[in-house]
Write a protein that binds this ligand. Structure first.
Ligand SMILES: NC(=O)c1ccc[n+]([C@@H]2O[C@H](COP(=O)([O-])OP(=O)(O)OC[C@H]3O[C@@H](n4cnc5c(N)ncnc54)[C@H](O)[C@@H]3O)[C@@H](O)[C@H]2O)c1
Length: 448
């Protein structure tokens, strides 16, 4: 099948590469010439495990191409998959300008029937906006919006993406479910054909009305964020009452109705999806006269939790941190990615700098992105590895739970730090074990 993917970011590149891997003929479009240049020169502009290999082999096989040429990309695909960003607008609602621009481009250039697929995370009602934008462009060209001898015609489908950065290839290839919001048979058939290779083991396709599909994606992220904020709030209570949140986690996770997934206390969620999607869903609620109180609390708790490490640090070292120096492990919002959108590390570093401290930071994937965001500044230095980051720091702060941080050499930590103090924002270690090694330890929800 000929497929055009519009937007070559985390979702677009993974979708495009994985669909090409199945034998489809895929063009990925982006408006950012820098990204397309990197791709056309054999590079990959983002870090996602396994992605480079899938891209390389499919480019070599002639099934995957990258372009900034809109006319070429619209002419190519029967499926036009919109995977552009939907960042928060000023009021927190999803900013649909990129989605609408992509839709307009399709309307401006299409000359035959297209299935326009909204893969970006978009609020209920967006498919109608996409349809209206395409129709308007067709009408400007003197073409009738509906399929007829005088007009190419098109369908709009909602097909939200549930992949996780860091495991995106695996998630795309083995999805728990594929949600399709579609209301006409022709488009449903095209979606069935495109996703047929994913159906061999069992039926994963869930076809529903468009609004339900649009809402399903937000509901999934809202539920996951709720579990995190719930655990974080309980972690703070555990500290007050002298309980250990890790015992509590195991105690409740063993209940099959609750389960262990997404039940970890930590220093708050960030990333390109949860924060903006929670805000966008709240705005949708308000728009329809139904404030979503649970989500309001989820966001408030998360905001506070992103500051919890700073509170622990100032409680230990005082609010004036002039002359203090910290080692920071983990800059990406989660392991397996270089994405730093709304990452907790940023709140921690900026809070430390505001109090006069300096930081040496290390992350296995996000050093380039950190440089891109903060550049060169006197209060931030970049370490080449986790050990170098420790040198002469007053404490080690762990923000992201990369695997490589889980079994460090504690003797090196002790010898390189000025004094052996660890603030562990992801509860990587057992407090008793660390304390037995002579290291002062501050975890989340387990200090008693
Ligand atoms: N990142 C994730 O883990 C994830 C998971 C599921 C869903 N989503 C959703 O998927 C969407 C894309 O997210 P992302 O993380 O891939 O974003 P991204 O910012 O990494 O990529 C978006 C790309 O779209 C390009 N673009 C913008 N306007 C364009 C246009 N008119 N034509 C062509 N390209 C255009 C941008 O230059 C950019 O490269 C968002 O709605 C997001 O919420 C993301």
């Amino acid at each position: 099948m000929k497929i055009t993917v519009i937007g070559s970011g985390y979702v677009g590149l993974v979708s495009g590469a994985c669909l090409a891997e199945l034998g489809n003929d895929v063009i990925c479009l982006d408006v950012d010439p820098r990204k397309i240049d990197i791709l056309n020169n054999g590079g990959v502009p983002i870090y996602e495990p396994g992605l480079e290999d899938v891209i390389k082999s499919n480019v070599a096989a002639g099934r995957l191409r990258f372009t900034t040429d809109v006319a070429e990309s619209v002419a190519h695909g029967l499926v036009q998959m919109i995977a552009v960003g939907t960042p928060s607008g000023e009021d927190g609602s999803a900013d649909l300008q990129y989605v609408v621009a992509a839709a307009r481009n399709i309307g401006k250039h299409m000359n035959e029937y297209k299935v326009i697929v909204d893969k970006s995370t978009v609020p209920v009602g967006t498919a109608d906006k996409v349809r209206a934008a395409v129709q308007e462009e067709l009408e400007k060209r003197g073409l009738k919006p509906q399929s007829s001898a005088l007009s190419p015609g098109f369908s709009v489908v909602s097909n939200p993406e549930f992949l996780k950065e860091g495991a995106a290839i695996e998630d795309f290839n083995r999805p728990d479910r594929i949600v399709i919001g579609a209301e006409d048979e022709r488009a449903i058939k095209v979606m069935h054909d495109m996703y047929a290779p994913f159906q061999r083991n069992h039926d994963r396709l869930m076809v529903m009305d468009i609004k339900s599909a649009e809402l399903t994606k937000y509901a999934a992220n809202a539920m996951l964020a709720t579990r995190i904020s719930f655990m974080n709030e309980l972690a703070n209570l555990a500290e007050r009452v002298g309980a250990d949140i890790e015992h509590v986690r195991k105690g409740i996770g063993s209940d099959q109705r609750i389960g262990y997934h997404f039940l970890y206390a930590g220093c708050g969620y960030g990333g390109s999806c949860f924060p903006k999607d929670i805000r966008a869903l709240q705005r949708t609620g308000e728009e329809y006269g139904l404030p979503l109180k649970v989500l309001h609390a989820v966001e408030e708790v998360n905001h506070a939790q992103k500051n919890v490490l700073l509170q622990k640090i100032t409680r230990r070292f005082g609010n004036d941190l002039k002359g203090k120096h910290f080692a920071l492990w983990g800059l990406a919002f989660k392991p397996g990615t270089d994405d730093m959108r709304e990452a907790t590390s940023r709140v921690v570093m900026e809070g430390l700098w505001a109090r006069g401290a300096t930081v040496t930071a290390y992350d296995p994937a996000a050093m380039k992105e950190t440089r891109h965001i903060y550049g060169e500044r006197a209060d931030l230095s970049y370490a080449d590895n986790s050990k170098d980051a420790l040198q002469d720091a007053d404490a080690l702060i762990i923000v992201t739970e990369w695997k490589a941080f889980k079994s460090p050499d504690f003797e090196t930590i002790k010898s390189r730090l000025k004094q052996p103090v660890i603030f562990d924002g992801r509860n990587l270690f057992e407090p008793a074990d660390i304390k037995a090694m002579g290291i002062e330890y501050h975890g989340i929800g387990r200090e008693g």
